[in-house]
Design a protein around this ligand. Structure first.
Ligand SMILES: [Zn+2]
Length: 326
């Protein structure tokens, strides 16, 4: 199935008609209107009463996710230390209380990368053939190649998502106050630019890859932090992002000269404070978060309503295809 951007199959089902029964530790089945009972693998405990279900399909197969009413109350303020987080473009985060950035581990192993490259080449060859010799009709082999590529990319996306979830959970659990930059679309464009600037071959392919993988990143991190900080008794504050990278966390002087040569080093021209640039930014974000008393971004919704998809391991593989079961 050719995967186009924004063309991800996902069908919602409202709660009343959805019923789930557990078969054993790992398997359960869900009754979906018009489809009947479908078996699926439990990737995590359902943990509450089910309000709705969504069936979706990606390169890895069919998945079902549930909206769940967990009945869980937000924790009282946990009183843990504050931190500021400077997020890298796509795959890293520097926490002000730490001495090294948290880097996303490679989302594909070396052999998976090699395989992906091989498959992309194969696809190009097969597409050329389809255009020249087959009247544009995709061969069965080409469609198989596309499926294999889709599978690898879904796996990659899942691993990235896993990193983001572990990061945000850890931040919310272990801090009483989390400062982040109030970025909206800015980060998005930053990342796009970053990719285009990337030298060498495959820039276009890379852009496509990042697009498929990135759709969950900047807004998603914030969304996760918002509901998780509420759950764990932490507080999230989004601070104005202006010049965080040029502001000295020590003396507060803003000067582009403190970032000479765009290196990783921050050296304040005013007081001589030196630090890793990203760590300096995270310290500045933390300081701003401490200062901005009022503008808290969370606690907008008092009822805890936890949607299973929000927690990452939402995707449960499912054996029968809905088409068969009807
Ligand atoms: Zn300074």
């Amino acid at each position: 199935m050719p995967k186009k951007r924004g063309h991800r199959l996902s069908i919602p089902f409202p709660g009343q008609a959805v019923e789930v029964r557990k078969l054993n530790r790992k398997w359960a089945e869900v009754r979906i209107p018009k489809l009947g009972w479908l078996r699926f693998r439990l990737s995590r405990a359902v943990g509450g009463s089910i309000r709705n279900a969504t069936i979706s399909r990606d390169g890895n197969g069919w998945h079902v996710s549930f909206g769940v009413h967990s009945g869980r109350k937000p924790d009282a303020p946990n009183g843990l230390p504050a931190c500021g987080v400077d997020f890298g473009v796509t795959s890293s985060a520097y926490v002000s209380t730490e001495t090294a950035p948290r880097l996303m581990p490679p989302s594909l192993t070396e052999s998976e990368k090699a395989r992906l490259k091989h498959l992309e080449q194969k696809k190009a060859r097969q597409v050329t053939y389809a255009k020249k010799r087959n009247g544009g009709k995709y061969s069965r082999r080409l469609r198989r190649t596309l499926g294999q590529i889709g599978k690898l990319k879904s796996r990659q996306a899942n691993r990235r998502q896993d990193f983001t979830h572990k990061l945000t959970t850890d931040l919310a659990k272990n801090h009483g106050l989390i400062g982040i930059e109030d970025l909206r679309v800015k980060n998005m464009t930053k990342s796009a630019k970053g990719t285009v600037e990337m030298p060498g071959k495959n820039v276009r392919a890379k852009a496509g890859l990042n697009r498929s993988v990135l759709d969950n990143i900047p807004g998603e991190r914030r969304r996760q932090l918002e509901y998780k900080s509420r759950l764990y008794g932490s507080e999230l504050r989004a601070v104005p992002p202006f010049h965080t990278s040029q502001t000295c966390a020590d003396c507060g002087v803003v000067d582009p000269g403190s970032r000479k040569g765009c290196g990783r080093l921050f050296a304040c021209v005013h007081c001589g404070h030196e630090d890793d640039a990203d760590h300096n930014a995270s310290m500045e974000i933390e300081a701003r978060a401490r200062r901005t008393g009022g503008t808290v971004t969370n606690s907008t919704r008092s009822t805890p309503r936890m949607r299973v998809p929000a927690t990452g391991q939402r995707r449960t593989r499912e054996t029968p295809q809905p088409a068969h079961a009807s």
